[in-house]
Ligand binder design. Structure first.
Ligand SMILES: C[S@@+](CC[C@H](N)C(=O)[O-])C[C@H]1O[C@@H](n2cnc3c(N)ncnc32)[C@H](O)[C@@H]1O
Ligand SMILES: [Zn+2]
Length: 406
C-alpha cells in the first residue's frame, strides 16, 4: 500500500481524471512567489490546457496507428499527465512514469492507485536520462515519449530519441522562454544550438529552435523528424513530432534547417537555407543591417491533416477549457500551410504611430488587395501573410483613413 502524503493536498479534476495535488497556497509564503515550485511536489494548474491538448494529440496519434500504444513520461511530478493518458486516451496499453523527487514518486503512486490504474502504469524513482536509456533496446522502446521538464528539454533529447520506436511520437515542452525568446541568447545557443531573436514572433521562433534542436539530435541517431503540431502560449513552447529511422530520411530532415533574417528597422523578415555568411547583408526593403536567428527548423510546424484529426478527437471529449481548445485547433489547422513568421499588428502600429485597427479588418484588407492572410494561435494580434512588410504598412495607414482611401 502506498503512503498518503504527509503535507496538505487537495483533490483536483482535469478532463475525466481526479488526482491529489499539493495544496499550493499552503506553501506560498509571499504573494509574488511562484507557488508550484514551493510545494514538495510539482503541480501547475496553468498547464491544464497543455495537458488537455496532449491528451487530444495522443488520441489522434493512436487513431492514426489503429493499435495499442505505450507511453513514457520520465518527468512526471504528481503523475497527472501520465494518469490522464492512461485514463482518457483510448488504446493506451501502458505508461511508464518517473521522477527524481521521491515525494513526487510517492504522490504519483498514490494517484495511480486511487485511479485504479496500477495494472497500466508503472512509476519509477529514477533520473530521467537513466530511465529513458534503460528502455533504449529495440524491443523496449515506446510509441510516445513526453518530456515535460523544468525549463529546457534539450538535456533529455538524446536519451528520449533512443527510447522512441521507429515512427514514434515525441512530445516536448520548453518553459525556458527567456532564452528561446532572445532575452538570454547565450543560454539559447548553449541549449538549442541556435541564436534566438527578440522579435515579435519569438513564440514561433521558440518552436522552430526547439524543432531544430530535435532534428539535429534525431539525425545523430539516423532519425528524421516530421512536426505534426506545435503551440506556444505565455510561458511555454510545445512540440509534437514523429521520429523515423533511416539515414537518408535524416539527411532530408536536416534540409529543413536554416535561418531567419530580420530587419529591426522596417520589420522585414525572410527565411534562408543558404549558409549564413559572416556579413549578413542589408535589408532588401530599407537597406539596414539584418539580424538573424538560427539555425532553426524552417519546415512545417503544424500538419493540417493532424490538426483536423485532433479537432475530431477533441469533439469526442469534454474539457473545462473546451472553447479555448477548439479555437486553438481551428487556428492551427487554418495556419498550418500559411507563411512563416507572423506580423503583430500592435507592434507595427506602435512603430508607425498609428491607431491599432481590429486584426480582422487588417486581414480583410490584405485579402481585398490580393494577398493571403491568416490568424495565428501564437498571438491573437498576429497575422500571417504573403504580403511584404511595406504593403502591410500601407494597409495599416489606409485603415487609418476615414474613407479607407490612400
Ligand atoms: C515540470 S515538472 C513535471 C510536471 C508534470 N509533467 C505535469 O504535467 O504535471 C518537472 C518534474 O521533473 C522532475 N525532475 C527534475 N529533474 C529530473 C531528472 N533529472 N530526472 C527525473 N525527474 C526530474 C521534478 O522533480 C518535477 O517533478
Ligand atoms: Zn528593413
Amino acid at each position: 500500500m502506498t503512503r498518503k502524503p504527509d503535507y496538505p493536498t487537495r483533490l483536483i479534476r482535469e478532463g475525466s481524471t481526479e488526482v491529489l495535488v499539493p495544496q499550493l497556497e499552503a506553501f506560498q509564503k509571499k504573494p509574488f512567489e511562484y507557488a508550484p515550485s514551493k510545494a514538495p511536489v510539482f503541480y501547475n494548474p496553468v498547464m491544464e490546457l497543455n495537458r488537455d491538448i496532449a491528451v487530444i494529440a495522443l488520441q489522434a496519434y493512436q487513431t492514426m496507428l489503429q493499435r495499442e500504444i505505450s507511453v513514457c513520461e520520465p518527468l512526471a511530478g504528481c503523475g497527472i499527465r501520465g494518469i490522464r493518458y492512461a485514463k482518457e486516451v483510448k488504446g493506451v496499453k501502458n505508461v511508464v512514469m518517473g521522477d527524481i523527487n521521491e515525494k513526487a514518486v510517492q504522490l504519483a503512486k498514490c494517484n495511480v492507485q486511487k485511479s485504479r490504474l496500477s495494472h497500466k502504469i508503472h512509476v519509477k524513482h529514477e533520473n530521467a536520462g537513466f530511465l529513458l536509456s534503460s528502455y533504449s533496446a529495440p524491443h523496449m522502446r515506446f510509441d510516445v515519449v513526453d518530456i515535460d521538464p523544468f525549463g529546457s528539454p534539450a538535456p533529455y533529447l538524446d536519451s528520449a530519441v533512443c527510447a522512441l520506436r521507429d515512427g514514434g511520437l515525441m512530445a516536448l515542452t520548453a518553459t525556458d522562454m527567456a532564452p528561446l525568446c532572445g532575452v538570454h541568447p547565450a543560454a539559447c545557443l548553449r541549449k538549442y544550438g541556435g541564436k534566438p531573436l527578440r522579435a515579435e514572433y519569438c513564440h514561433e521562433l521558440a518552436v522552430r529552435l526547439l524543432a531544430g534542436c530535435l532534428a539535429v539530435t534525431a539525425a545523430r541517431h539516423d532519425m528524421s523528424i516530421t512536426v505534426l503540431f506545435s503551440h506556444s502560449i505565455a510561458h511555454y513552447a510545445r512540440l509534437y513530432a514523429i521520429c523515423e529511422y533511416g539515414a537518408k530520411k535524416a539527411d532530408e530532415s536536416l534540409k529543413n534547417l536554416g535561418f531567419v533574417l530580420h530587419c529591426f528597422r522596417c520589420f522585414h523578415r525572410e527565411t534562408t537555407k543558404k549558409p549564413l555568411l559572416e556579413h549578413l547583408g542589408r535589408c532588401g526593403e530599407c537597406s539596414s543591417k539584418l539580424d538573424f536567428a538560427g539555425p532553426l527548423w524552417l519546415g512545417k510546424i503544424m500538419n493540417s491533416g493532424f490538426c483536423a484529426l485532433m479537432e475530431a478527437e477533441a469533439q469526442k471529449k469534454q474539457f473545462k477549457l473546451g472553447g479555448k481548445i477548439d479555437r486553438l485547433l481551428a487556428l492551427a489547422r487554418a495556419e498550418a500551410d500559411a507563411p512563416a513568421l507572423y506580423y503583430v499588428i500592435d507592434k507595427l502600429c506602435g512603430a508607425l504611430g498609428l491607431p491599432v485597427p481590429p486584426v480582422r479588418d487588417v486581414a480583410e484588407t490584405l485579402e481585398f488587395h490580393g494577398y493571403n492572410a491568416y490568424f495565428t494561435g501564437f498571438n491573437s494580434r498576429g497575422i500571417r501573410t504573403d504580403a511584404p512588410v511595406m504593403k502591410v504598412k500601407e494597409i495599416l495607414r489606409l485603415l487609418k483613413m476615414p474613407d479607407g482611401k490612400f
